[in-house]
Design a protein around this ligand. Structure first.
Ligand SMILES: CC(C)(COP(=O)(O)OP(=O)(O)OC[C@H]1O[C@@H](n2cnc3c(N)ncnc32)[C@H](O)[C@@H]1OP(=O)(O)O)[C@@H](O)C(=O)NCCC(=O)NCCS
Length: 158
């Protein structure tokens, strides 16, 4: 689906956005962002996920800020040659201004600089908007079935 014209408005925010590694003090803003973007789930809280990522060497959580406010996020992780991207989120008030493209490019660059040659990501089947976005950025659907098993605690997540 070609992007509609409304998504081409206001390019300046993408240039104004500073992308940096998330820090401890960013947690409330990240939690707000993920809640706004419907990505916060009770079995995997933002506080838990961001703390795990900060302590790891093979993953990074990036935030994008404009005028000192967190407006975007992306998490990247890898096993030295294959990488994954998670938690790509742009505050709804700032969507359609190029911020998603910028923060994904930042996560891809970090993965590439870490030796990763291929990056994958998962999208809920109902999230057609995100599919269109990633397709536009060069991602292609690959025929795989994702299986999961919870190794700790109750299996109440998806
Ligand atoms: C998906 C999401 C990150 C996109 O961020 P965004 O800042 O609105 O996207 P951008 O403005 O950077 O768009 C980048 C490009 O993709 C295009 N695009 C965006 N959505 C598109 C769609 N559904 N179909 C086709 N193209 C699309 C834009 O037109 C733009 O094109 P251009 O740079 O060539 O002009 C954002 O909508 C979001 O946070 N959604 C909620 C959270 C979510 O679903 N995250 C993904 C989880 S898997």
């Amino acid at each position: 689906m070609p992007p509609d014209d409304s998504r081409r408005r206001h390019r300046e925010p993408a240039e104004a956005m500073l992308v940096r590694r998330a820090e401890t003090g960013d947690e409330p803003a990240i939690a707000r962002l993920w809640t706004l973007c419907d990505m916060a789930v009770p079995y995997n809280t933002p506080a838990w996920d961001t703390a795990l990522c900060r302590g790891a060497t093979h993953s990074r959580l990036f935030v994008g800020e404009i005028e000192a406010r967190v407006v975007a996020s992306a998490m990247a992780g890898h096993d030295d040659h294959r990488g994954w991207i998670y938690y790509v989120a742009v505050n709804p008030a700032w969507q359609g201004a190029g911020l998603g493209r910028v923060i994904v490019a930042h996560a891809e660059r970090w993965l590439k600089d870490s030796g990763v040659w291929k990056v994958s990501l998962m999208i809920r089947p109902s999230n057609r908007q995100a599919m269109g976005f990633y397709e536009h950025l060069g991602y292609r659907e690959t025929p795989r079935v994702v299986m999961a098993k919870t190794l700790a605690g109750d299996d109440d997540g998806d």
